[in-house]
Design a protein around this ligand. Structure first.
Ligand code: GDP
Length: 297
């Protein structure tokens, strides 16, 4: 499904970009095709409508119809609007305190979204930047999660805090924060448990973890393949816990970024990173320009 989106865009753009004169009808047709391509890519209907209406209004202005290269102008409008929709780079940096105190990053998301992997990737990235991160295994639901984080932590040379047998993740998180301060670790990355579906127990649990450690960043990890579903889940997390940023995992898959557009637009939080593979250095900052180009082909 996602495969076709940039092909469709390329077709629309090629047709228009080549024209030396375009009519209102050409624009209407192109906008209609863009609408279908976005809906096909599972972009939220409200987001599509807003994008389409804005593009239409701007494109029907004199600047395009009377331009020397109207096709190019139109393509530029679509591209610029998509970049603006995807977010501004200013807000994409992590909100961290200086290295003389401990900043806390809380990781949330559904089971299988890539939370544990992303936590370790983030730790590796921050370590490369000269910080002293510590990982916390507070996913006490999935039996293998603690071991998984320990293995990943070891592979990137970042210590992993856990308490064997403890059932309350907020206690683990609190003890980890105290330990991090003692060890002069300047960033604490807390991997929490995810369920298959949203449920009240999960929300209560994460709220308690949040209240125990007062995170500087609350990152929602979303599988970029899940489309619309990711948006509904993110909204729920935003309401109940609060989200400061989004990480889109599995961007190396077939996705063309439909979820990125919807999440950014509906939840209104910056996408800070994208996961682009299973290896520990497969985490990249999110650049709206690059993703817009990818969506538009
Ligand atoms: P969690 O249940 O949310 O903690 O999910 P995991 O971190 O265990 O990830 C679930 C699966 O997705 C694992 O097999 C990961 O290797 C894989 N995964 C995570 N992030 C990425 C990514 O960016 N790209 C790819 N291809 N796989 C990923």
């Amino acid at each position: 499904m996602f495969d076709s989106i940039s092909d469709k865009f390329s077709g629309i753009m090629r047709t228009l970009a080549g024209k030396s004169k375009i009519t209102e009808k050409n624009i209407q047709d192109a906008v209609e095709e863009i609408k279908v391509a976005l809906l096909d890519a599972d972009v939220n209907l409200r987001v599509v409508r807003r994008f389409i209406n804005g593009t239409m209004e701007e494109a029907l202005g004199e600047k395009v119809l009377k331009a020397v290269d109207p096709g190019q102008q139109f393509v530029k409008i679509v591209y610029d609007r998509m970049v603006a929709l995807l977010g501004d780079e200013e807000n994409q940096k992590l909100l961290l305190k200086g290295p003389d105190t401990t900043s806390v990053i809380l990781m949330m998301g559904l089971q299988g979204s890539g939370k544990t992997t992303t936590s370790a990737k983030l730790a590796a990235r921050l370590k490369r930047e000269g910080r002293r991160p510590m990982l916390v295994a507070a996913d006490l639901v999935r039996p293998a999660a603690i071991l998984q984080l320990q293995v990943l932590g070891e592979s990137v040379g970042v210590p992993v805090f856990s308490i064997q047998g403890e059932k309350d993740p907020s206690k683990v998180a609190k003890a980890a924060l105290a330990q991090a301060k003692k060890d002069q670790r300047d960033i604490l990355i807390v991997d929490t448990s995810g369920r298959m579906h949203l449920d009240q127990t999960l929300m209560d649990e994460i709220q308690r973890v949040r209240d125990a450690i007062k995170p500087d960043e609350t990152l929602f990890v979303a599988d970029s393949m899940t489309g619309q579903n990711a948006v509904a889940i993110a909204q729920e997390f935003e309401q109940k816990v609060g989200i400061s940023g989004v990480v889109l995992s599995k961007f190396d898959s077939d996705t063309r970024g439909g979820a990125a557009l919807s999440l950014r637009s509906v939840v209104g939080k910056p996408i800070k990173f994208i996961g682009v593979g299973e290896k520990m250095d497969d985490l990249e900052p999110f650049y709206p320009e690059r993703i817009a180009s990818r969506i538009l082909g």
